[in-house]
Design a binder for this molecule. Sequence first.
Ligand code: 5AD
Ligand code: SF4
Length: 431
Amino acid sequence: MQIYIETFGCAMNHKDSENILAILKEKRNAVQTDKIQEADLIIINTCSVREKPIQKLFSELGSFNAIKKNGAKIGVAGCTASHLGREIIQKAPYVNFVLGARNVSKIDAILDKKGAVEIDISNDESLELYPSSPVSNFRKSINISIGCDKQCTFCIVPFTRGEEISIPADLIINEVQKAVESGAKEILLLGQNVNNYGRRFSQPHRDINFTALLKAVSKIDGLERIRFSSPHPLHMDNKFIEEFANNPKIAKGIHVPLQSGSNKILKMMKRGYNREWFIDRIERIRRAVPDVAISTDIIVGFPDESDSDFNDTIDILNRAKFEQLFSFKYSPRPLTEAKDFNNQIIDEVASERLIILQSTHQKIMEELAKERINKIYSVLFDTFDENSGCLIGRTSSGLLVKSRGDIYNLGQIRNVKIIESMRTQMKGEII
Ligand code: 5AD
Ligand code: SF4
């Protein structure tokens, strides 16, 4: 069986696709293909966090159906599958099955049931042991929780991935150990809200929080770097920041999603923190880890966002000097509270704010890039580009670096002096 799988959205969705493939490899001897016309099974693993990808889903389904091989099956998985369910088959009757974001383990069972819809968001997959999949580029993502317990008023995820359940620590440690034995140097601990880890398990479990989990994982021999995605600013307590700063295995790149810099909007979003707390966390992180790279998510055009609210966001952008910004126009989502809020912002205003936000950030990135010249970073080289004879890797803080070097440096962490620095990547010499 040849499978073509297309994945949209976050790292969690990519991990789900990896698990779907691993199950089908084990149970059906499946292999992955990048040629749709040759596939026996086509899966689109979707994202529903904003409206755009959903429109794309239906146009893509139509074109896949037109070119697919005779008898090939089409399945829709992921967050849009969870939220639209049977509606997908009603709109596109040639779709064979719909598999929700919290139902990955059912892929083998659903495959032969024409018209099946498995979208139960209370399905508990926190104890699921998926077959191993290969390590690529010395990295491996490992889930530490499923679902999300937050109720941010803009976000559809709690309705597509259900309530949050932590995965038992021993299972996580086992997975990390297996990954390291298969060649991983770096792991990415994944969850919608990783630093809420340990609040709820589906079976009795010893007391543990995210900081303690990081400590335990870092004891694994052979593991060099630990990353995690995504943490929530609210749960970044001082103990966590201390561990982040002082544990040498924890990579010094962190995502701190702001969403808005206005206290009024943060409250309407139900984010649970205010701008003062956010600024304090950023300052504390930068004091503790001078070489840190901080990324963030910002939404513009949330209902009732005034010019002055937007200026509060720009103010934090200028103070925090994020190394990376993911910026979005607010998109009203079904089932969420904010879609019914008064004073929805017209598209023209939101677009204008997005442009101002992004151009302000471009300038910040240019300044930051200049400061990196002549600095020395430890880089984990994960790719070798034969055409240019260059090694490509990432600093502990997650910045991309290219260096001339030998292929035998692959998988190694080497010190690199930066000789050229652009906004999103650097060139350097191994020293
Ligand atoms: N509109 C725009 N952006 C959104 N995000 C989540 N929901 C919405 C929405 N309704 C953004 C947030 C989140 C990121 C993954 O997507 O910034 O952190
Ligand atoms: Fe998309 Fe969010 Fe679902 Fe990830 S969790 S797939 S970003 S909607």
